[in-house]
Design a protein around this ligand. Structure first.
Ligand SMILES: NC(=O)c1ccc[n+]([C@@H]2O[C@H](COP(=O)([O-])OP(=O)(O)OC[C@H]3O[C@@H](n4cnc5c(N)ncnc54)[C@H](O)[C@@H]3O)[C@@H](O)[C@H]2O)c1
Length: 433
């Protein structure tokens, strides 16, 4: 075969053109791979696809890495917070019965975050009722009822009962009032308002919705009694201008209001005259005999007795009181009823019993007597026995032991809020003791 000059030129030109095309193709392909060729991505028909991403520079990558690190740290912090919060919420509510709509009641407990109120709430809740607590947290604490937070039968309303309240309920236990001398003497005018205006608001609500009301009155309506033990028929011996008058007279007016609403407005009322009560969740620093003595004994301090120690008191355990309140509310009895434990001890005896139960070496010492301190206090509970078939069951030492246990834990609390001392009944039997 003979190559002409013209044919040779054509071949050389074709070769150069082919080399140029190959070079161009390589450059284009290398640019593609620098921009980020993603392998393994396929199109709808299953063919390999080349995905082109915009080039990412190093600075951008570093800043993204830093952001990722900060976010990771935040997630760890949030997880720790969540764990902390979860540890404060009881995983399981105490056992609650189911009641159908005919038997289930809507019950308002004013002062339900306080010592007595919270134990009452425990029983009503475990029975299966819907419970609404109204409290201004003057002496009450959320901690006392927090084991019910979120339960479908439970509601907590932050409200001062001195102001009117509009809700629909079947029964009202009216307990809102400071109960210990340092608390009610702290603001005497407010104590009087709570027991007069507060009671008017509760009775007005009961009148409007047709609810039955239980008024938590007190043995203090007997003042410094000159009849012993005190029956409900005793009218009392109260100093109307003494330091305790704001409470004693406040409660006496509260009783008067109740019977006025009953007579004039047909409101169904019952009145419990509550005697000294003790138990877990009582205030550590309420200045009353039981809490003072337990605290002093647990801290190995001297146990102080005001006066000569021969004055007497009778103390009931809180679950006995709550049983009494509930049977009274469910009875048809309308006159005031004493709810207390008639087993009487001198203050001196109490000091010894508590010191022995705690097992410390505290000495018992006497200090000056306080003004208007009643010398004898013991309920006559014949009425409660006869009409309610009620009497206290918990022996003093059993109740005191439970209370000492609670106070011991309270004193051992650490600085961490999450490690606080919460008294939670696991089932109805336990809350009744
Ligand atoms: N604990 C006793 O030994 C005893 C003895 C006799 C009578 N009581 C009566 O029983 C009731 C409960 O006593 P406690 O020992 O549980 O006292 P507490 O102080 O523990 O409870 C009273 C509750 O009422 C709340 N409260 C006070 N004023 C209020 C207001 N204006 N509005 C809304 N809530 C208010 C407080 O915050 C607290 O939660 C009181 O009415 C008291 O007078 C108690």
């Amino acid at each position: 075969m003979v190559f002409t000059r013209r044919k040779m030129r054509q071949c050389i030109f074709l070769g150069i053109a082919t080399i140029l095309v190959i070079c161009l193709y390589r450059t284009w392909a290398s640019q593609l791979s620098y921009g980020g060729k993603e392998s393994g991505e396929v199109d709808d028909e299953g063919r390999d696809q080349i995905v082109v991403r915009p080039p990412v520079d190093k600075e951008e990558t570093d800043s993204l890495t830093r952001e990722l690190e900060v976010t990771r740290r935040k997630v760890v912090q949030l997880e720790q917070k969540l764990q902390d919060l979860e540890s404060r919420i009881p995983l399981k509510y105490p056992d609650v019965k189911y009641l159908n709509y005919k038997n289930r009641k809507r019950i308002l407990v004013t002062g339900g975050a306080g010592f007595v109120g919270s134990h009452l709430v425990d029983i009503l809740m475990t029975e299966g009722h819907e419970v609404i607590v109204v409290d201004n947290f003057f002496t009450g604490r959320k901690r006392n009822v927090e084991h019910w937070f979120g339960h479908e039968n439970f509601e907590l309303i932050h409200h001062d009962i001195v102001n009117p309240l509009f809700i629909e309920v079947d029964e009202i236990y009216h307990l809102a009032s400071p109960a210990s001398p340092p608390h009610y003497m702290h603001n005497p005018v407010k104590t009087i308002k709570t027991n007069t205006m507060g009671t008017i608001n509760v009775l007005g609500l009961a009148k409007r919705v047709g609810a039955k009301v239980l008024i938590a009155s007190t043995s203090e309506v007997y003042g410094d009694p000159d009849v012993h033990p005190q029956p409900e028929t005793y009218w009392g011996h109260v100093n109307p201008i003494g330091p305790r008058a704001c409470y004693d007279e406040g409660k006496r007016v509260s009783e008067t209001l109740s019977y006025a609403y009953a007579k004039q407005e047909n409101v169904r009322v019952c009145v419990a005259r509550i005697f000294n009560t003790y138990g877990p969740r009582m205030h550590m620093n309420d200045g009353r005999v039981v809490s003072n003595f337990i605290l002093q004994a647990l801290q190995n301090e001297s146990i102080t007795i005001y006066g000569n120690g021969k004055q007497t008191r009778s103390f009931q355990y809180v679950t006995d009181l709550v049983d009494g309140l509930i049977v009274l509310m469910r009875s048809n009895y309308t006159l005031p009823v004493n709810i207390g434990n008639p087993v009487e001890h001198t203050i001196e005896e109490f000091a010894e019993i508590i010191r022995d139960l705690v097992g410390g070496k505290s000495v018992i010492k006497q200090v000056a007597a306080v003004e208007d301190d009643p010398q004898r206090r013991k309920p006559d509970i014949a009425r409660a026995k006869k009409y309610l078939n009620w009497e206290p069951r918990v022996p003093l030492k059993v109740g005191l032991q439970k209370t000492i246990e609670y106070f011991r834990k309270e004193l051992a609390r650490s600085n961490h809020h999450s490690q606080r001392n919460v008294f939670v009944p696991r089932h109805a039997a336990e809350s009744k003791l």
